[in-house]
Ligand binder design. Structure first.
Ligand code: PHE
Length: 335
């Protein structure tokens, strides 16, 4: 009897431990200590033992029954209070596993910030094809066949008359071809050049700007760009227009901003000049207006083109343009 009771208790406790839901525990309870349960039956059979053995066996059987009943009760309670959980159940109290959140690429973020500023100034956003006709990329922009900018070293040629656009300026021409003045657009997009080092990638981004109407002057260009720089960086960032040359603008200027890193004192980023070149600009060349059939006697306009990576690098303090395109998550996660 003693061995049997001990064996039953061990067996019941082991089964209880393996039980992974309260229903299972309930079944075990019935099987061992229910009215027809194994332990209960042992208790009943005590009357068949020789009288001398009865007291001890009775005591033992009662103890086992009490212990098992307590264990079953405790187990059911554990499931009820969530201390023990059904197998595979969700513990809603556990802290969640962090999901790697997606985000916009820093270049996309800066492009959007640039566009927002110009949208507030009344500019419209347009786009054009990355794979472009030679005509739009060069010819219509007053860049003749023998111009050095067309050099095989700079331009990705798809065929003799088709290129990967080397700047976003062809979009100017496409817009003017289909729309008469007034025109006030910006055109963000990719550009391609055969070039690769710390400040050049074969694919990069530009935002083109174009405003054409009666009486548009260099003053309007300066005003718009000043507002842009003040909103993109801050009000303290001053601008400088340096005479330059582009075949499609006359006069042309290179626009510098006060170094946002050293504030003009001179540092490595600005090559100790205190200034940073951020964009090219100028008044639209009459030859370009003629190509699209605009009345050069009536309309004038300005255009500009800026490198988005350049703006992003200055804004975020990044010293190598290639980092944008290495797809290193730990780099990209910072923006
Ligand atoms: N397209 C020129 C470049 O890529 C920039 C520019 C645009 C200059 C418009 C003047 C006017 O360098």
């Amino acid at each position: 009897m003693k061995e049997k009771l001990e064996r039953l208790e061990q067996e019941a406790l082991k089964a209880l431990e393996a039980a992974d839901n309260p229903q299972e525990v309930q079944l075990l309870r019935v099987r061992y200590v229910g009215r027809k349960g194994a332990v209960t039956q042992c208790l009943r059979s005590i009357s068949t033992l020789p009288p001398a053995e009865r007291p001890l066996a009775g005591k033992l059987a009662n103890e086992v029954k009490t212990r098992l009943e307590a264990a079953f009760k405790d187990s059911i309670e554990a499931f009820d209070t969530g201390r023990k959980r059904p197998d595979g159940a969700l513990d809603v109290t556990l802290p969640g596993r962090p999901l790697a959140g997606g985000r916009l690429h820093p270049i996309t973020q800066i492009t959007q910030a640039i566009c927002e500023i110009f949208l507030r100034l009344g500019f419209e956003i347009v786009e054009g094809p990355d794979v472009e006709l030679d005509y739009y990329n060069f010819e219509a922009l007053n860049i003749p066949k023998d111009h050095p900018a067309r050099d095989m070293q700079d331009t990705f040629y798809v065929s003799e008359n088709i290129v990967l656009r080397t700047h976003t300026s062809p979009i100017q021409v496409r817009v003017m071809e289909r729309q008469s003045p007034p025109v006030r657009i910006i055109a963000p997009g990719k550009a391609y050049r055969v070039d690769s080092d710390v400040s050049h990638t074969p694919m990069f981004h530009q935002v083109e700007g174009l405003m054409v109407a009666e009486n548009i002057s260099m003053g309007d260009l300066k005003g718009v760009l000043t507002i842009f720089v003040h909103q993109m960086f801050d009000e303290e960032t001053s601008l400088r227009f340096r005479p330059s040359f582009f075949p499609f603008t006359e006069p042309s200027a290179e626009v510098d901003i006060r170094c946002v890193i050293c504030r003009g004192k001179g540092c490595r980023v600005c090559s100790h000049t205190g200034w940073l070149e951020v964009l090219g600009a100028g008044m639209v060349h009459p030859a370009v207006f003629e190509m699209v059939g605009y009345d050069t006697g009536r309309y004038t306009g300005f255009a500009f083109g800026m490198g988005i990576e350049r703006i992003a690098m200055l804004k975020y303090g990044i010293d190598d343009i290639r980092k944008f395109y290495e797809n290193n998550i730990r780099f990209l996660e910072q923006f």
